[in-house]
Design a protein around this ligand. Structure first.
Ligand code: IMP
Ligand code: MG
Length: 179
């Protein structure tokens, strides 16, 4: 199932990061998170669906005490200038006084994350930070507390390692980018 190049519905994708390169970044991020939260507990919040593979790999390398929770958002582009963001799976914990670390697969425009952060800040967490495996610096439109970032990439669409194209290809072990 793993190839150098993929052709999907007429679009060509090439490998951006292979399994070993991904693993190296996950280990580096886990080290940074272990250092940063040493002696403290952290409440991990995984943004579904894309971040589920990254979160599973990352959390199994954590040495700090942590709990894991999930949220899910849908973004409708429609015809308006600003996309409408809706929460499908809400956070089921009280964040007040907690160290919250949000785990994302990729920050593109940053609009979904900005929307989520606004709702979380109201409930006064002790700390609020983001760990995103990928970041598209040329696409981001929001100022975000991006404490931990795996890799900065160009704007092309990516799939694999949890990330989808119309709900498919999340299980690819490498990350591919549209040429
Ligand atoms: P944003 O609000 O534009 O930052 O993007 C929200 C979410 O869309 C991200 O967390 C991803 O789950 C998904 N997404 C953004 N860019 C890509 C991509 O290139 N491939 C797959 N999913 C993406
Ligand atoms: Mg995501």
């Amino acid at each position: 199932m793993e190839y150098e190049n993929l052709k999907i519905k007429g679009f060509e994708f090439k490998i951006l990061m292979d399994e070993a390169q991904i693993q190296a970044q996950v280990e580096r991020l886990a080290d940074e998170i272990n250092d940063y939260y040493e002696g403290r507990s952290v409440s991990i919040v995984v943004v579904l669906k894309g971040a589920y593979v990254f979160a599973a790999d990352l959390c199994r390398l954590l040495k700090v005490n942590h709990e894991i929770h999930f949220v899910k958002f849908t973004s409708y582009d429609g015809f308006s200038a600003k996309p409408t963001i809706k929460c499908d799976v809400p956070l089921e914990i009280d964040v007040e006084g907690k160290n919250i670390l949000i785990i994302e697969d990729i920050i593109d425009s940053g609009n979904t994350m900005a929307y989520f952060l606004d709702s979380l800040k109201v409930d006064k967490p002790n700390s609020l930070d983001i760990c995103s495996f990928l970041l598209k610096p040329k696409a981001i439109q929001q100022k975000l507390p991006l404490k931990f970032v795996g890799c900065e990439i160009d704007n092309g669409f990516v799939i694999g390692y949890g990330m989808d194209f119309n709900e498919e290809f999340r299980s690819l072990k490498h990350i591919y980018q549209k040429i």
